[in-house]
Design a protein around this ligand. Structure first.
Ligand code: ADP
Ligand code: ZN
Ligand code: ZN
Length: 720
């Protein structure tokens, strides 16, 4: 008899432990089984399996409890490796999440613990069988076709030989069998050539290869050749027979990046990101598991792919907030990558032009091996002009495009070069205010201002996606006086650009124009092929793009982000300005950048204009120190949500009073309602993260009745 320790798929935190079941046959760790829990049949994940000579009765007597047999083994082979199993338990401890939620975060939806019902898609194949049969000449040519192409998709045979396919099967001339569907993730292989490395690049590679350190922080300005460095490091690792994982932010997984990597590593490459459908994700997961892929380029969750012999992990744009998951388990991909690098004894390279302050501080303290690259490959940084908008508006210039920017756009268009315009807000008008009471129209579910989209003629909530038609009367005061527009987004910018540059060819890229699959890729390809002169859009055009003809980048409302109340708002503003500037003048032509801002003297603006990370870092560290924010402290945000506001406040208050230690507890504050849920939050802030975690763990164990709707975010990215 085998005694199994199983993690039950159950959302209740109080059940976060293994349960014991029995099985006649051995079940490997990481396989799913079906078992009855209480009165329900549930899917469980096997943690341990121990053999014993005892009978069921003997075991039950020894353990002093009744045990159930499992009903069914779902997987023949484990879905996760020992490494991933350990990682799940590590994640459970470090993020204070239920183990089952960690397993669920790691696995593609098709094989998530609860996903047991979902069907794996099978395809029919044919191959020739040995039996000699009498075939007509036509059937024979079909048979020969199968022989030449086997294993051949049955549907393909039907296409080629619509009349003969069935006959071959009936005559047993071919055998039909089923295989899991594969290979539906397609990408265009690029033709990028491997350049001769510069002296600096060679030096960096040598420094990394000759060092025994595990984690490297490669800070290099945009265009300094970082990508080239890790592609060449990856090549060596692959030649040693080990695997490579390249992590990229959600948005930077551009066709350009995929082309560049696929040009080097072609058939060995798998791609993993959030817009793959469940079937596609499952296929990629299998490809890694079966070692058909040895290089993966992927977003956050790719860090959980079942590699068995990792030789290198790269995390590109390490500062990007999409590396943090904002639902339970709120893990940071960087921490997971460090875990895997240590487990596999391989190197992890964190690369960015603007590392997070946390990482850079670790670099300076030598926790990470810091390497700095200050020069661009083409030796020239773009020249930056700051346009103070208060002044240009006073001069009666357009509040969207200043005269200075218009002039420069004209110049570039005349030279037949390309322009990128960034405005980090989509929609037409940012919001609508009632002419009578002045209230903005808010989402009925979220307490947040809705944006007016002229393309669809609707108001949209960018948080929950609700769309409504423009109301006739003001939702706040009932007045019929109508609404006043306030602020503007990319739709309005597009209209403005068309008005001033009627003959320019314009592309817009934002969440509204890229909602369809591959639309993102189409827009970029079209711009790369110079089918357009101006590309305008939200932050999704600020990152990772490399177009040789782009010589002007205009950033509209560049310091909009400073108005946020978050402790990271200066950092994110600086990052955006730096990243956007990095798109200009990347090849032989020198580039220019225009930053339209309202606060031209803010250090986030001046440092970005000077492309000076160190200057920004020094100033920002003063600010973080005075407010005792990260990296000087750690934080844990504990949020309670419910449809009843009182309930969230009460729970948060109980936690606030019960949590004590060498840390502060800030709050209780009420957050804006989102998705119809009220939220109350406290924040733990202190220097000893382990102590804070332990206190919170004890508090949760002592108050199981308060845990419904709790969300724990260790080192949250944002607080607003
Ligand atoms: P980063 O990742 O730092 O932004 P990239 O590696 O993308 O920099 O390099 C910037 C540009 O310079 C790219 O177009 C790349 O193809 C080119 N490049 C990189 N290294 C070299 C080199 N050694 N010689 C010539 N061109 C290079
Ligand atoms: Zn009103
Ligand atoms: Zn909403």
């Amino acid at each position: 008899m085998y005694i199994l320790q199983c993690w039950i798929e159950h959302p209740v935190r109080t059940l976060d432990q293994t349960f014991t079941y029995l099985s006649e046959t051995e079940v490997l760790r990481g396989c799913r089984v079906r078992a009855v829990f209480g009165v329900k049949s549930l899917v469980a994940f096997v943690g341990d399996c121990a053999y014993t000579e005892e009978t069921r009765q003997q075991i039950e007597r020894r353990l002093g409890m009744k045990l159930r047999m499992i009903d069914e083994i779902i997987d023949e082979r484990p879905l996760i490796t020992d490494e991933l199993y350990e990682m799940a338990l590590w994640m459970k401890e470090t993020t204070l999440s239920p183990a089952i939620s960690c397993f669920a975060a790691m696995l593609p939806a098709k094989v998530k613990p609860a996903g047991g019902e979902r069907k794996i898609v099978m395809e029919k194949y044919v191959s020739v069988s040995d039996t000699e049969t009498n075939l007509t000449p036509k059937q024979l040519s079909a048979w020969l076709y199968v022989q030449e192409h086997q294993p051949l998709l049955y549907s393909d045979l039907r296409k080629e030989f619509p009349n003969q396919a069935r006959q071959l099967v009936e005559k047993n001339a071919v055998t039909v069998f089923e295989k899991e569907k594969r290979g539906s993730v397609k990408f265009t292989a690029g033709t990028d050539e491997k350049p001769q490395l510069t002296d600096l690049q060679k030096k960096v590679i040598q420094e990394i290869e000759s060092s025994a350190d595990t984690v490297y922080l490669l800070r290099g300005v945009t265009g300094s050749g970082k990508t080239e460095i890790y592609l060449q490091l990856a090549e060596k690792v692959l030649n040693e027979g080990r695997q490579v994982l390249i992590l990229v932010p959600e948005i930077a997984l551009t066709p350009q990046m995929i082309e560049r990597v696929s040009a080097r590593f072609g058939s060995k490459l798998a791609i993993y990101h959030s817009s793959l459908n469940p079937q596609e994700k499952y296929e990629q997961y299998r490809m890694v598991m079966n070692r058909e892929a040895s290089v993966v380029v992927g977003t956050r969750s790719a860090v959980f792919l079942p590699f068995e012999n990792l030789g290198l992990i790269v995390m590109d744009e390490e500062h990007d907030s999409s590396y943090k998951q904002d639902s339970q388990p709120c893990y940071h991909c960087r921490d997971a990558a460090v875990f895997r690098a240590q487990y596999n004894h391989c190197k992890l390279i964190l690369a960015s032009a603007t590392p997070t302050l946390e990482s850079y501080a670790r670099g300076l303290k030598k926790v990470y091996h810091l390497i700095v690259m200050d020069e661009r490959i083409n030796q020239t940084l773009p020249s930056v002009t700051i346009v103070p908008m208060r002044q240009s508006i006073r001069n009666q210039e357009s509040y969207i495009l200043s005269d200075a920017l218009k002039e420069k756009i004209t110049e570039r268009l005349e030279k037949n070069e390309q322009v990128i315009l960034l405005l980090n807000r989509r929609g037409y008008h940012a919001r609508l205010r009632c002419r009578h009471c002045g209230e903005v129209i808010r989402c009925p579910h979220c307490d947040l201002a809705m944006s007016w989209h002229r393309d669809s003629g609707k108001l949209k909530c960018h948080t929950c996606g609700t769309e409504i038609y423009l109301p006739r009367t003001c939702p706040s005061c009932g007045s019929r006086e109508g609404f006043m527009p306030y602020g503007f987004g990319t739709e309005k910018l597009e209209q403005e650009v068309r008005t001033f540059f009627p003959s320019a060819r314009i592309l817009r890229m934002d969440a509204d124009t890229t909602s369809r699959k591959n639309s993102h890729e189409k827009i970029l390809r079209s711009f790369a092929d110079h089918e357009a002169d101006i590309l305008l859009g939200t932050q999704m055009i600020a990152k990772g793009l490399d177009f040789a003809l782009v010589t002007l980048v205009g950033i509209i409302n560049g310091d909009d982000g400073l108005a946020r109340t978050d402790f990271r708002s200066c950092e994110t503003t600086f990052d955006l300005l730096m990243q956007a500037s990095g798109r200009s003048g990347r090849s032989k032509r020198t580039g220019e950048v225009v930053m339209q801002v309202f606060d031209p003297d803010h250090y986030a603006v001046t440092a970005a204009a000077a492309q000076d990370y160190d200057a920004f870092f020094t100033q920002e560290m003063h600010f973080r120190h005075s407010g005792q924010y990260p990296p000087y402290t750690y934080m844990i945000a504990v949020t309670f949500s419910s449809v009843k506001q009182d309930e969230t406040l009460q729970k948060a208050q109980v936690f606030k009073e019960g949590l004590t230690g060498s840390f502060k507890v800030i709050g209780v504050i009420s957050l804006l309602k989102t998705h119809d849920l009220y939220r109350s939050r406290i924040i733990l802030k202190g220097r000893n993260l382990d102590e804070m975690r332990a206190a919170l763990r004890d508090m949760m164990a002592a108050n199981p009745n308060l845990l419904k709707g709790i969300r724990i975010d260790i080192n949250p990215m944002y607080l607003d």
